[in-house]
Design a protein around this ligand. Structure first.
Ligand code: PEP
Length: 251
């Protein structure tokens, strides 16, 4: 089973519009013509439009960092799938641990967002991952299984095929402490096992599963070299074009 490597940058709440333009130009210059790896950047909402212009006609795809599941209406502060689509956005991160921790994201809201994104023709990057306490308490599998089953509850295989999963252990995000290659690979194999149980082996072996959590040029090659690690969702190291490029094409 050959799965394409997919590296996506999550810029989080970083970059003013000028900074985003500079960073996007740097990413396009460094990896815009790479064809053997799928690449995406996910700037803040305010910079999507400007970055869309820069990545247009390159191999760099545009993603958003969140979306609301409702189509329109009285949801102050929220952004709909249609609004993203109209800007040329193709992908959307859903269920990031920072959304879960700080903004009340639950498995149920993740499920609604994934369904809405797919219905609108956006490709969800669905984030799952355990906290340090959960891992140390021996509950990594329980937590990740609950999140995976929750995210895809009630969804047809044909729709889940359109998703990417990002395994992001919370203890590795922004800490400088990445999961070992073995820990990451084991978790990815476990996620495929859940998907095989929910759907079938074909889906489980076809779906792209990114690893996220302090991935950087120095550890990318080893992590990406694992059998079941198909890419990376990159936070901090996506804010410098050279570092991001060093993950897309690790030395
Ligand atoms: C993330 O927030 O998705 C992430 C992986 O962050 P970092 O690379 O900074 O750990």
């Amino acid at each position: 089973m050959s799965r394409r490597t997919f590296i996506a940058g999550n810029w989080k709440m970083n970059t003013t519009i000028d900074e985003a333009v500079d960073l996007a130009k740097g990413v396009v210059a460094a990896v815009g013509s790479v064809t053997d790896v799928d690449v995406a950047v996910c700037p803040p909402y305010t910079n999507l439009s400007a970055v869309a212009e820069i990545v247009k006609d390159t191999n760099v795809k545009l993603g958003a960092q969140d979306v609301h599941w409702e189509e329109k209406g009285a949801y102050t502060g929220k952004i709909s799938c249609a609004m993203l689509k109209a800007l040329g956005v193709e992908l959307v991160i859903v269920g990031h641990s920072e959304q879960r921790t700080y903004f009340g994201e639950t498995d149920e809201t993740v499920n609604k967002k994934v369904a809405a994104a797919i219905a609108a023709g956006l490709g969800p990057i669905v984030c799952v991952g355990e906290t340090l306490d959960e891992r140390n308490g021996g509950n990594m599998e329980t937590v990740v299984e609950r999140q995976v089953r929750g995210a895809f509850a009630g969804m047809a295989a044909a729709d889940v095929f359109k998703c990417v999963v990002a395994y992001e252990p919370v203890w590795a995000i922004g800490t400088g402490v990445n999961a070992t290659a073995q820990q990451a690979n084991d978790a990815h194999i476990f996620i495929r096992k859940i998907l095989a149980d929910m759907y079938d082996d074909d889906l489980a072996q076809t779906i792209v599963i990114q690893y996220g959590g302090s991935m950087k040029p120095a550890n990318a090659k080893e992590l990406l070299g694992q059998s079941d690690v198909d890419g990376g969702l990159i936070g901090g190291a996506s804010l410098k074009a050279a570092d991001f490029a060093g993950i897309v094409t690790p030395a």
